[in-house]
Design a protein around this ligand. Sequence first.
Ligand SMILES: [Zn+2]
Length: 291
Amino acid sequence: MRIFDPHVHMTSRTTDDYERMYAAGVRAVVEPAFWLGQPRTGVSSFTDYFDSLLGWERFRAEQFGIRHHATIALNPKEANDPRCREVLAEVPRYLLKDGVVAVGEIGYDSMTPAEDEVFAAQLQMAREAGLPVLVHTPHRDKLNGTRRTLDVVRESGIDPARVLVDHLNETTVAMVRDAGAWAGFSIYPDTKMDPHRMVALLDEYGTERMIVNSAADWGRSDPLLTARTGAEMLAAGFTEHDVDRVLWRNPVTFYGASGHLVLEPVPGVVAGEVPAPAEFEGSSVLRGARV
Ligand SMILES: [Zn+2]
């Protein structure tokens, strides 16, 4: 089973996770820029974080045989803090960098006027940069939040085929598919979706434009739940071809629209062998890093 995890916050995870992910078949990931838990108070906290996603974390992933990409944006929660909104001026130059495959996570947290403004502004940045968009749907009032999200996407004029609406469940999947956008599902140990419910949705809606991620972060989460979902699909009678579509070809098609995916195997990685620590050489030239 080859796995592309299209939403996982590896900055919050350990090297044990990278090793277990590689062993389970994960060969590529996308790490969306998000809220770090501790509120940020200024622009440089964001730019240091963005640089770390594009430099250090990419390097760290490659040491474990995993290709790492990022999405860049001001997240919905911090869109409400005027000190954080100043980072919007910096986002467009990050969208041009190697390894950036989308604008994200953008969307709504509490559906405030500030969030409206920041969401719309970043959709335009995506259009200008020719990049796909990763949209987060709110945890509270998900139904209304998703409906309003789709309205804003429609008003922006962006092609819905370049929009992935994430953290969906049984109540929100149909409207996202009807809008022509990609449907994303975060498989969690005890909230959001679980592998069993996910398989039922794939049974009902098919595998086209359906994307599964672990959304593993600093909370209770598990980066192997993509693999578990693949195993449950096989047990339920889906073919290996179906599993490969959901766990690899769909996210590759979606994020491949950026032109920035790197999917060749990392040279020199041997499964089951613990890699030796290598030296980080800076934030720009990381391809073919020593392992
Ligand atoms: Zn996330």
